[in-house]
Ligand binder design. Sequence first.
Ligand code: B12
Ligand code: SF4
Ligand code: SF4
Length: 411
Amino acid sequence: MSPIPPPLPGTLPDSSELLDDLRGEALRLGFSRLGVASTAREHRDGLVHEAFRSWLKRGLGGPMTDWLAGHEALRRDPDGMLRGVRSVVMLATDHPRPEDATPAAGSGRVAAYARGDDYHPLLRRRVNALGAWLEARVPGCRTRGVVDSAPFSEREFGWLAGLGWFGKNCLLIDPAAGSYFLLTALLTDLVLPVADPIRVDHCGTCTACLDACPTGAFVAPRLLDAGRCISGITIEQRGGVSAALRPAMGAWVFGCDVCQEVCPWNRRAPGSAEPTLQPRDGGASLELASLLGLDDTAFRERFRGSAILRAKRSGLLRSAAIALGNRPDPPAAAALVAALDDEDGIVRGAVAWALGRWLAAGGACAGLAAEALAGRLPREKDPDVRREIEGALAGDAGHPGALSGVPSETP
Ligand code: B12
Ligand code: SF4
Ligand code: SF4
């Protein structure tokens, strides 16, 4: 292991001026706001890491559990990310607000942050440029940029850096700008003037997010069961989706904004004019039937440079089928029926369930759905898919809205 370079002088005499200049450069690069947190143990609140550990121990990490647990030590001590780190410059980037309208039948919803190009390369370029600026301004200092996917506690440091308070919906919320923003961190061995964390709980008696979550994913305020969260299911979860959760997914096919849409603090969220984050193809939703026709090459081509690639073909088509099951749309019938022969058993299983919903709902497409399911059953080799088909033919999928207490559509 190489020796840690000698520390630079503690708080530099002109550190306030340096911070002002750093802020100016960050805004010039396109970041929306910044604040600084110290990595010194006495500045951090041990309870926050404890909250993280107990969340994992209670089995609430859902599809991210292994990754988060595997990097717990790194997360506790950011020195593993940059040896000798003493300050973290936390950067907020506002993203576009979601549109208000529920998409038309046959369309799927994508979370507002993911409708344009993938934000990771954009923020990576910006944070690297900011790091290079700081290293040129203070020769000898070291920096490292962190964008989302590193084992680094972005919300904890965002809170310490004064960028918001922990809302009951788990999001960091800025009293002036709401929660539609992304976090990026610039670690440095410099000591910079730190901000004051917001210790007031501005949620007060409001519980709008907890009440609105379609899947009931909040175990308690600020405590999320990621395995029930539509965002976790549609973006991170490989394989099938529990039948009990499918109706509540509504039209969401990638991410979910419900617990932010209902938050009163987002009424004043500024949105973003960043061209690369605006919805691709000018639209905020995806036509579900066209998704079901994508093979792997076409999927990668269509979503090149988009965060949606993260779901992989299997996850996106699975979620698209579930969305069609929740909102039957006759013009999509041919695509749904054709997808019952998809090469991927996960997709076929979701399609079978969706056709079962169409069958149970009656109407124009019920006969077609029954015929397709009955025709596939003798050819189906995958036992899980066979079970889905048999359940669909037996009416187990229920019709939209049949499951009491679980809304079949998101607002
Ligand atoms: C894993 C993960 C997920 C998981 C789990 C989400 C969760 N709530 O933990 C899933 C896939 C479900 C998810 C979904 C989303 N995510 Co996410 N996710 C992450 C990731 C990679 C790690 C988060 C984590 O460690 N969670 C574990 C929990 C226990 O830790 P925590 O969120 O930091 O929560 C702390 C507080 O709860 C605190 N705490 C609890 N009680 C109290 C009480 C007090 C008084 C205090 C002080 C603190 C406190 O202690 C916890 C431990 O640090 C971060 C990026 C990163 N590297 O940090 C992005 C991140 C948190 N996600 C983000 C976003 C945008 C989302 C979505 C909105 C995306 C979408 N539209 O679909 C949803 C929102 C879902 C929700 N309501 O949380 C942003 C959040 C930005 C913001 N303004 O807060 C981040 C920071 C990514 C980024 N770079 O911008 N995500
Ligand atoms: S993102 Fe959606 S599913 Fe996840 S907690 Fe928020 S409202 Fe619930
Ligand atoms: S909806 Fe209400 S309770 Fe939820 S985060 Fe916003 S203010 Fe807090």
